[in-house]
Design a protein around this ligand. Structure first.
Ligand SMILES: *Cc1c(COP(=O)(O)O)cnc(C)c1O
Length: 376
C-alpha cells in the first residue's frame, strides 16, 4: 500500500543528518527543532501551528480549547477513522452523525441543518482520503447557527481549497481549528507518531499550546487543565526535511491517481474517485467502488497486489458507540460504502510498471467476471 522505506532512501542523507543533530544535541523533547518545524509548516500553511503527540490528541486538544460543556453536540460523519468520535466522547460531548456523499465520501452538508439543536456547538468535517469537504457550505451553516468548525485534516495536508471569490486556503486552515496527523502513512508522515493543531487565531493558538503542555502558563504555573502531548525533536527534524518535498510527493500521488483514472475508467461497475471543483485531491488514498469489492480484493491478493478497505464498518455500528443510540439503516450511504469501497496502492514511489500491473489485473478481473456472467 505504501513504500515508506523507498521514500526514505530518496532523502536519506538529509534525514540521517537531521536525526544525528538531535542525538548530538541530546535535546529530545522541546528543542529548537520543534520550533523550526512548526515555523516551516506555519509558513507553508499561512497559519499558526502548534505541534502535538498525534492526530487524535490534536482533535481532543481542539475540542478542549473551545470550552465546551458536557452534553454539547458535535456534528460529524460515521464514515471515517474512529479518532473524531473517540475524542468527542472522551470529552463528555455527544457526537451527532450525518451521512456522507456517495461520490466524495465527505460530509453531506445538506443534511447538517436537520440535526442542529440548541446543544450543537461544533461542526467537524473530515477531509477524507485527501479531498476537502464543502467548506464554504460548512462555514456558512456555522455562521448561521453560531457554531465552531473543527476540520479533521489528518488525510489532507497540502490540499488546496478554492473559494467562490477566487481565494485559496490550505485544508485545515479554513475553520476555527484544523487538526493534522503525522502518522507514518499520512501525506506528511513522521517515523513514529506526531500531530498538529492549526488556527488563524493567535489567542486560540496560545491556548492550544498551553493545553498541549499541561495547561502551563509559566514554569510550574498551571492556568487550566491540560494534557501532555508533544512532537518529539527527532520527529520534528525528520518532518522538517520531508516538508520540503511535500508538494513533490503530492504531485507523485496525483500522477499515480491520473494513471489509475485513465486506465480504470469505464471498466465493469468500477467507480473511480470523484473530484470536486472546490478542492484539489492529494490522494492520501485512491479509493474505488464496486459491488464486487470482496471478490476483487481476493483476486488482487492472489496477484500479490495489496488493497485495503477504508472503512469496513461505519462508526455508528461499532460496539463501542452503541450508547449513541444509532441503528443499522440510519446512515445508508456510509453503510453501503463500507461494503463497496476499496483503496488501491497509493504512494510516492509507485512506478509505471507497478501501476501497469495493478490496472492490468483489475481489468482482467472484470473481463473474467463478465465472461462468467454471460456464460452462466
Ligand atoms: C489518522 C487519522 C486520525 C488520527 O491520527 P493519529 O495520528 O493516528 O492519532 C484522525 N482522523 C483521521 C481522518 C485520520 O485519518
Amino acid at each position: 500500500m505504501s513504500d515508506l522505506y523507498g521514500q526514505y532512501l530518496t532523502m536519506k542523507e538529509e534525514i540521517d543528518t537531521a536525526i544525528q543533530e538531535v542525538i548530538r544535541s541530546a535535546r529530545f523533547v522541546k528543542s529548537g527543532k520543534v520550533n523550526d518545524f512548526e515555523a516551516s509548516l506555519a509558513d507553508y500553511l499561512k497559519t499558526n501551528v502548534v505541534s502535538c503527540g498525534n492526530g487524535t490528541d490534536a482533535l481532543q486538544i481542539a475540542l478542549m480549547a473551545l470550552d465546551l460543556q458536557p452534553g454539547d453536540e458535535v456534528i460529524t460523519t460515521p464514515f471515517t477513522f474512529v479518532s473524531t468520535v473517540e475524542a468527542a466522547v472522551l470529552m463528555g460531548l455527544k457526537p451527532v452523525f450525518v451521512d456522507v456523499d456517495p461520490e466524495t465520501f465527505n460530509m453531506d452538508v445538506s443534511r447538517v441543518k436537520q440535526v442542529v439543536t440548541p446543544k450543537t456547538k461544533v461542526i467537524l468535517p473530515v477531509h477524507l482520503f485527501g479531498q476537502c469537504a464543502n467548506m464554504e457550505e460548512v462555514t456558512g451553516l456555522a455562521k448561521e447557527h453560531n457554531l465552531f468548525v473543527i476540520e479533521d485534516a489528518c488525510q489532507a495536508l497540502g490540499t488546496d481549497y478554492f473559494f467562490q471569490d477566487g481565494s485559496l486556503k490550505k485544508a485545515g486552515t479554513i475553520g476555527n481549528i484544523g487538526c493534522n496527523s503525522f502518522f507514518p502513512s499520512k501525506t506528511l508522515g513522521a517515523f513514529g507518531d506526531g500531530g498538529a493543531v492549526f488556527t488563524d487565531n493567535k489567542e486560540l493558538a496560545a491556548k492550544v499550546r498551553s493545553i498541549a503542555n499541561h495547561g502551563m502558563k509559566a514554569k510550574y504555573e498551571y492556568e487550566r487543565i491540560g494534557v501532555n502531548s508533544r512532537l518529539d525533536s527527532i520527529q520534528a527534524a525528520i518532518l522538517k526535511v520531508k516538508l520540503k518535498y511535500l508538494d513533490k510527493h503530492i504531485e507523485a500521488r496525483q500522477n499515480a491517481a491520473a494513471y489509475y483514472d485513465a486506465h480504470l475508467k469505464g471498466i465493469g461497475d468500477l467507480k473511480i474517485p470523484a473530484r470536486v471543483n472546490y478542492s484539489t485531491h492529494t490522494f492520501h488514498q485512491y479509493t474505488v467502488q464496486t459491488e464486487k469489492r470482496d471478490e476483487l480484493q481476493e483476486f488482487l491478493k492472489s496477484k500479490d497486489i495489496p488493497s485495503v478497505v477504508y472503512y469496513p464498518k461505519s462508526l455508528h455500528l461499532q460496539e463501542a458507540y452503541q450508547h449513541l443510540g444509532y441503528r443499522e439503516g440510519d446512515f445508508p450511504v456510509s453503510e453501503k460504502l463500507s461494503q463497496t469501497v476499496l483503496s488501491l496502492p497509493m504512494h510516492t514511489e509507485l512506478e509505471e510498471e507497478q501501476l501497469e500491473y495493478i490496472v492490468r489485473n483489475i481489468k482482467e478481473f472484470f473481463i473474467s467476471r463478465k465472461g462468467a456472467k454471460t456464460q452462466g
